[in-house]
Design a protein. Structure first.
Length: 181
């Protein structure tokens, strides 16, 4: 297992070398989207409309922040359960989504799409939203403002910690742990 500091601009080149259990610290631009935003994006695709941002080569963090306290960029920013987005994820991966960050297991369809698209799924630490928010230096709503905390946001992160949970070889950290137990 490796520990890597990765500029998000270089992530595509790094992905083939990432294996489950590797610890990564991401720096750069990522987007947030949860259930309601994913549903809207999926519906837009079904209707032939464009997505609110170019998804190719991007990272989506499954997170809806709490309100920011005065003087802070964002409130608590912990991951939400990724499986709630699994219905929509293969289509987004097929469009070029490079990476997802969340928590918990993914379906077989998502695992196959990760391998097929040479993408990666990272797990962030659940329950550490206040700590993770300290890695975020900028946050702005870019789409679906009416969804409140579930609006799509563009974040600038520095050394955002996550663990490789699904890799391009079909490795699944959750399955690996289950097999060991």
């Amino acid at each position: 297992m490796k520990e890597l500091y990765i500029d998000i601009c270089d992530l595509k080149d790094e992905i083939p070398d990432l294996l489950i259990g590797d610890m990564v610290y991401l720096t750069g631009e990522i987007y947030t989207a949860r259930d309601a935003a994913h549903k809207r994006m999926y519906e837009a695709l079904e209707e032939g409309r464009e997505l609110p941002f170019d998804i190719k080569g991007q990272i989506i963090y499954y997170m809806g922040p709490s309100p920011a306290r005065p003087g802070n960029v964002i409130g608590s920013a912990g991951p939400t359960t990724s499986s709630r987005m699994d219905k929509y994820t293969p289509a987004l991966l097929d469009l070029g989504l490079l990476c997802m960050i969340g928590k918990g297991r993914r379906t077989e369809e998502v695992k196959k799409a990760v391998v097929r698209n040479k993408a990666v799924y990272l797990a962030a630490i659940g329950g550490a939203g206040a700590l993770l928010s300290k890695c975020i230096s900028h946050a702005e709503v870019v789409a679906y403002e009416d969804l409140g905390t579930e609006a799509v946001r563009r974040l600038i992160v520095k050394n955002f910690p996550a663990v490789v949970a699904l890799d391009t070889l079909g490795g699944d950290i959750y399955q690996e742990v289950e097999n060991r137990v």
